[in-house]
Design a protein around this ligand. Structure first.
Ligand SMILES: NC(=O)c1ccc[n+]([C@@H]2O[C@H](COP(=O)([O-])OP(=O)(O)OC[C@H]3O[C@@H](n4cnc5c(N)ncnc54)[C@H](OP(=O)(O)O)[C@@H]3O)[C@@H](O)[C@H]2O)c1
Length: 330
């Protein structure tokens, strides 16, 4: 027997307590790419019960067996007053409505929807403030890349000067494949098959998705609500695709927001990779962000920005954080 194994045997059993002593009840809105990935993953986490689950069509076959009842009546989702609502819907109108209902009743909300957060933040924040419920949305920007968390950590120490990032994993995937000679249609098909592209890719290719994320980033870095900001975005339209294909270069969709003399400006631009400077632009669906602070330092984060598993990971982090910080399940 080695010295290592006898030392290990002398150690006490590691204590891995459950996150909560009673199950934390999570109502899940949406059982598509993200919702099913969360169900598959939450199985391994302690203390959460997912039920009920809202979908459009409860009779549709699902790749991952639902861990709870599938329902299509949105009013029934919150009827039993769950502890937390997770918004993993593709319909922003329904997501905003449900999130508002939940927060108004004191039910915490964890959202994956950048459209809901970028578009309905003031109403949601008012409901949360009135009831004391929490609204977390780290999955709405960056997937598994901790963009908002890193901005919050930087802002706690220093004034933020700028945030530069690749914030849309689907577009980064498509631009990467274009640079390898694939057609736009073939690249989009691959992105859809991998679960990166939304049901309607218009939000991604118009730049609206990255612009919405940049508005959330701006509010996190410089204060206010995402609805206070408005940024122009280059579309990945036919003219842009032909320019990119003709260039023979790897392009990136670069989102940047900065504050100078108290004025915040930002944009989402399609540029050759060289213009991203020191930003570590990954292949495929990867995201990255560089947060510059007034002391001259930068924090850089990178990770997978699209897909069910990374987004579910970010949702799960918010669920665990909420459970611990609010004391749910005690
Ligand atoms: N996919 C990603 O890589 C990714 C990454 C980060 C964030 N997100 C965000 O996560 C959310 C979900 O994305 P997803 O890719 O999982 O979408 P998805 O695969 O299209 O799934 C959407 C789900 O919403 C349900 N749904 C849509 N409209 C509804 C309505 N009016 N009432 C009830 N249910 C409705 C659908 O029901 P049926 O199943 O019955 O059709 C489906 O279960 C979106 O906000 C998206 O922006 C996605």
């Amino acid at each position: 027997m080695s010295a290592f194994s006898s030392a290990a045997e002398a150690l006490p059993e590691p204590a891995c307590p459950a996150i909560a002593s009673r199950p934390v009840r999570v109502a899940l809105a949406g059982y598509g790419v993200v919702g099913q990935a969360l169900a598959a993953r939450i199985d391994h986490a302690q203390g959460f019960v997912l039920a009920p689950i809202l979908v459009r069509d409860a009779a549709k076959p699902r790749a991952v067996t639902p861990p709870g009842e599938l329902i299509s009546d949105r009013r029934a989702l919150l009827a039993n007053k769950p502890d937390i609502l997770v918004d993993a819907l593709s319909c922003a109108e329904t997501g905003a409505l449900l999130s508002e209902w939940a927060l108004a009743q004191g039910i915490h909300v964890v959202s994956a929807s950048k459209r809901v957060i970028a578009g309905a933040y003031p109403a949601l924040a008012r409901c949360a403030e009135a009831s004391g419920a929490r609204l977390l949305y780290s999955a709405a920007v960056g997937g598994e890349t901790p963009v908002l968390e890193t901005i919050a950590a930087a802002a706690a120490e220093q004034e933020i000067v700028s945030v530069t990032g690749v914030l849309n994993g689907t577009v980064n995937f498509i631009l990467d494949r274009l640079s390898r000679g694939l057609s736009f249609a073939a690249a989009l098909k691959q992105a859809q098959e991998a679960g990166f592209a939304e049901e309607d890719p218009a939000e991604d290719v118009s730049g609206a998705d990255a612009s919405a994320k940049l508005r959330i980033v701006a509010a996190a870095a410089f204060g206010g609500s995402p609805t206070d900001y408005d940024f122009e975005a280059d579309a990945l339209d036919a003219a842009a695709i032909s320019r990119i294909e003709g260039s023979g270069q790897r392009f990136v969709q670069l989102a940047r927001v900065e504050r100078r003399d108290g004025v915040v400006t930002g944009s989402v631009r399609l540029v050759p990779r060289e213009e991203a400077g020191a930003l570590p632009v990954g292949d495929g669906e990867w995201n990255a962000a560089r947060i510059e602070t007034a002391d001259g330092f930068s924090r850089v984060v990178t990770g997978r920005g699209a897909g069910g598993a990374p987004t579910a990971g970010a949702l799960l982090s918010d669920l665990v954080r909420l459970t611990r910080e609010v004391g749910l399940g005690d």
